[in-house]
Ligand binder design. Structure first.
Ligand code: ADE
Length: 385
């Protein structure tokens, strides 16, 4: 694979000679060429930028040096042999899937912009002459594309066939199976009083694989629920409207869940712990209630009712052994979907000390509205239709 980098800071790309990319270069797998864009300027100041048409802050990179640089680097290479990568915060997010695609290309050309970006006509021309990929490292703004070019190169080069000695470690790592990687351990078996999980020392390969899968899913659900396919979240779990026959099981699950809440919020009076089975039966018939069942067992529930213009969500519960897999979030989404047309706000209460719950609600778009009574906070979110 040939990699060209066009930049006004060629020294920035020096790390390409080191570590992984350097190794790939030594093995003859990649041929990296870094070019100074200013070599294609013709004025005394080697100018590469100018003020934007239409006004506004900052400077825009001029088309002429880019045009000449791309002529030199692309030559008359056929369109389907080259991908031009333009790092920009307004590009497509860079993911392992994009890295895998780029690793199959014969040639990559990185066009590193600075300032407010490159004159759009350059990008339009590139799109006529090559595959154009505008790529963003993430939702933040760097000073230029060089760091992104380094990151993309490193992620791509290690996927080029023949590069990694141990192809298995490529398959097992984070993102390759759509999950984050499980935690890893090495010797000694006990360090500063902390033990390696015994299953890893058991020699039971099936048990080790199951443990790792479970850890990867748990981590992904906690840190990046957006990566989980719905089937992983809810494998074998069925959501449906509650029926009177669910009352007793819901009562037991509620007690189990709110005892945990009691410990997280010492001294706070928790209504769910002071209810009789008949109290629960009465809200079960009055409110909108959704329950989750897995293999016949009741593993979750949530209720909501209309109060003025608020869809008051409450009693969101998940069996403790299934916590952290996105079931709570799924129940929340389902009850939100059942919002009546009159409601303009979703609203709920949770414990001021229940930081895990609050994090989940914040991720779901709820904002803290303050402490309503000691130890209890209110959170709301506008209903968008
Ligand atoms: N250039 C400036 N910010 C960037 C980002 N977030 N990703 C890629 N290129 C960039």
């Amino acid at each position: 694979m040939r990699i060209d980098v066009l930049t006004i800071f060629p020294d920035y790309l020096a790390p390409l000679g080191l570590s992984l990319a350097g190794k790939a270069r030594d093995k003859g797998l990649i041929d990296v060429r870094v070019h100074d864009l200013r070599d294609w300027t013709h004025d005394r100041h080697r100018t590469v930028d100018d003020t934007p048409y239409g006004g506004g802050a900052g400077m825009v990179m001029k088309p002429e040096p880019w045009g000449e640089a791309l002529d030199a680097v692309l030559g008359d290479e056929p369109r389907d042999r080259v991908t031009v990568v333009v790092p920009t915060p307004s590009g497509q997010p860079f993911t392992q899937a994009v890295a895998r695609e780029l690793a199959t290309r014969e040639r990559l050309v990185f066009a590193c912009g600075r300032y407010e970006g490159i004159d759009q006509r350059v990008l339009d021309e590139v799109a006529d002459r090559a595959e154009l990929r505008e790529i963003s490292l993430g939702d933040y703004v760097l000073n230029g594309g060089e760091v992104a070019a380094l990151a993309v190169t490193e992620a791509v080069v290690r996927l080029v066939p023949g590069f990694m000695g141990n192809a298995e470690s490529l398959v097992e790592e984070s993102h390759e199976d759509g999950l984050l990687e499980y935690p890893v351990y090495t010797k000694p078996p006990t360090w500063r009083g902390r033990d390696v999980p015994p299953v890893l020392l058991s020699g039971d390969h099936a048990a080790i694989a199951a443990w790792r899968r479970e850890q990867a899913e748990r981590r992904t659900a906690e840190r990046r629920p957006d990566l989980l396919p719905p089937s992983t979240l809810l494998e074998g779990v069925e959501l449906r409207a509650a029926e009177p026959a669910d009352a007793a099981e819901l009562y037991v699950l509620q007690l189990a869940c709110w005892v945990q809440e009691m410990h997280a919020n010492p001294g706070v009076r928790i209504p769910a712990l002071h209810e009789s089975l008949d109290d629960l039966r009465s809200w079960l018939t009055r409110d909108t209630v959704v329950v989750a069942r897995s293999a016949g067992r009741l593993v979750g529930g949530v209720r909501a009712s209309l109060d003025g213009d608020a869809w008051e969500v409450g009693r969101l519960m998940v069996a403790p052994d299934l916590a952290g897999r996105g079931l709570g979030r799924t129940l929340l989404t389902r009850i939100e979907e059942l919002v009546p047309p009159e409601a303009t706000t979703y609203a709920l209460f949770t414990g001021a000390g229940s930081s895990r719950n609050q994090r989940m609600y914040k991720k779901a778009g709820y904002r803290l509205r303050g402490e309503v009574e000691p130890g209890t906070v209110r959170m709301t979110k506008p209903v968008r239709r």
